[in-house]
Design a protein around this ligand. Structure first.
Ligand code: FES
Length: 146
């Protein structure tokens, strides 16, 4: 069996929603200190709904495919639903990732949460801090060197 699913290869070769949104309502950037990969997410938000989303990812193919799929999954969705997006859902939508690449999808989940938090902070909207991760916890999610 191929290491990467067709969906992963498709989103890696033809990533959706690449770019920046100059007047974004929320911007989130996260990095993985172990591999050095960085993901940045831009959101346009209206009526508590994500009306547009773009990403820039400096990282591996799995990180690019995860960003692309994650942006597709949250586009047009209410913020409350986007906040519930897990790296597991992103991985499933990609028809799986190799075990040592699962952590790449965590970046997508964290970058989206970070962008939503930025929007809440900029607009003085109250939220439960428990819904947002602090820093990327590599020890908890990375399987580097495997
Ligand atoms: Fe760093 Fe994939 S996100 S290796």
């Amino acid at each position: 069996m191929a290491l990467y699913s067709e969906k992963v290869m498709d989103h890696f070769r033809n990533p959706r929603n690449v770019g920046i949104i100059e007047d974004a309502d929320g911007v989130g950037e996260v990095g993985n200190p172990v591999c050095g990969d960085i993901m940045k997410i831009y959101l346009k938000i209206a009526d508590d709904t994500i009306t547009d989303v773009k990403f820039e990812t400096f990282g591996c193919g799995s990180a690019i495919a995860s960003s692309s799929m994650a942006t597709e999954l949250i586009k047009g969705q209410p913020l409350a639903d986007a906040l519930k997006l897990t790296n597991k859902a992103v991985t499933e939508a990609l028809d799986g990732l190799p075990a040592h690449k699962l952590h790449c999808s965590v970046l997508a989940e964290e970058a989206i949460k970070s962008a939503i938090k930025d929007y809440y902070d900029k607009n003085g909207i109250a939220y439960d801090p428990a819904e947002f991760p602090e820093e990327h916890d590599c020890e908890a999610c990375c399987v580097h060197g495997a």
